[in-house]
Design a protein around this ligand. Sequence first.
Ligand code: SF4
Length: 247
Amino acid sequence: MDPEDKARKVLDILEKEFPDARTALEFKNPLELLIATILSAQATDKLVNKVSGALFKKYRTASDYAEAGLEGLEKDISSINFYRNKAKNIKACCGKLVSEFGGKVPDTLEALVSLPGVGRKTANIVLGNAFGRNALAVDTHVKRVAGRLGLTSSDDPDRIEADLTAIIPPERWTKTTHLFILHGRKTCKAVNPDCPNCPIQAYSVYFREVYSKGNAQRRGRAGLMPRSRRGPGLAFDEARVIAAGLQ
Ligand code: SF4
């Protein structure tokens, strides 16, 4: 199957699985999403939303952040990990927004990645969700799901973005990020992915490899069988049937 076809079929299935796929971060304008995305690095969206409610009431413009005392800003986000570094980045980022962009969040990738603390992932999240542009952001879930599906062979997020945008039509880029993140959280987890119950297992290179004949031991060690079906004989026979169907 060619990669474009595989990506299309995977996305069709995941769109049915997650019909309301969107970012879980709460925001009302591009600045709020930019700040929320900076805060969300290695933090849950739920925690970010909890903190951002009060934060966005206190700081309404880029100038508010730029002119804030660093210690006060740190305190306002102190329940989020790496808060010192994040406060420093938010302040510097908003300082540049004020000095070079009239206090507005720019709507191009080039301008966004020129801001302190803003990489391609953050820039693409802002472009795709606050500006409605076609933008594919590669986070840890997108990276893992794309790799296991065999849609990329790279570990480098920039390369993964290039590989995915080469085979997925632009109008699906933003949604692809949400769908892969949701699938990564629900089923294709980093440890013990629920492959036997995965709706896109037929397109997964990882599934094919782990469930191929002779890999029963590895599969058992990885804990890939659902508990309800983890009887040794049944699990192996079942996997062989599935694997045979894929060849
Ligand atoms: S079959 Fe397993 S590894 Fe492949 S996409 Fe599904 S959950 Fe992920």
